[in-house]
Ligand binder design. Sequence first.
Ligand code: SF4
Length: 222
Amino acid sequence: MMTVTLRIWRTSNVFVDFTVTVPAGGTVIDAIERVFAQPETELVWRHACHHASCGSCGVRINGVEKLPCVTPLADYPSGKPITLQPLAHLPRIGDLVVDFAPFFERMQAVGMPIIRADETVQATTGVALDNRQDMRFEDCIECGLCVSACPAMANPRFLGPAALAAAERLVQEPRGADLGALLQLVDSTAGVWSCRSSYQCTAVCPSGVDPAGAIIRLRKSL
Ligand code: SF4
């Protein structure tokens, strides 16, 4: 077992330290769960899969966007507090949780690709369903880490790295999409021309999407 101190940015906009004991070799989410297990802390946070699949637990750890479920505590110096803050550039709901509505609005704006016609529920099972809510584009787990890390997100109209990566995926493989309208949307200050090519999005992406590379390819397409 090992002792860890988490320094959590609370809803009240103050850092509060919590010292917990976790199994040696654990991850940051193990320590968060120990804090959450103390009802009096009333910690607000979100998580689900525990293996970097759902993308729901993203936070800033010592100022860097991470998924705590796959971030080893051993990555941080022992004896020093580990700071936890919610993702940036999305409205805060409480403690470590942000509202993803603006994130999905941006994904929707680019058509939120992509699912093949022969991969729909209706095609594979014969059951007709509105499965738009299940549409995803390859690799992205919609964790929002790239949006939080992006320096251009100060522009509230900017589509941001995840949505632009989705748009570029659609340009690669349109599957009947209206590419003219899509390229018009991204050929703007809300689109690829606000990107500063800092590659922060690519650096923090836990899923190898490389949004910055996608934005560069979109610029070449334009
Ligand atoms: S592009 Fe990467 S960092 Fe951005 S939402 Fe998708 S998986 Fe997360």
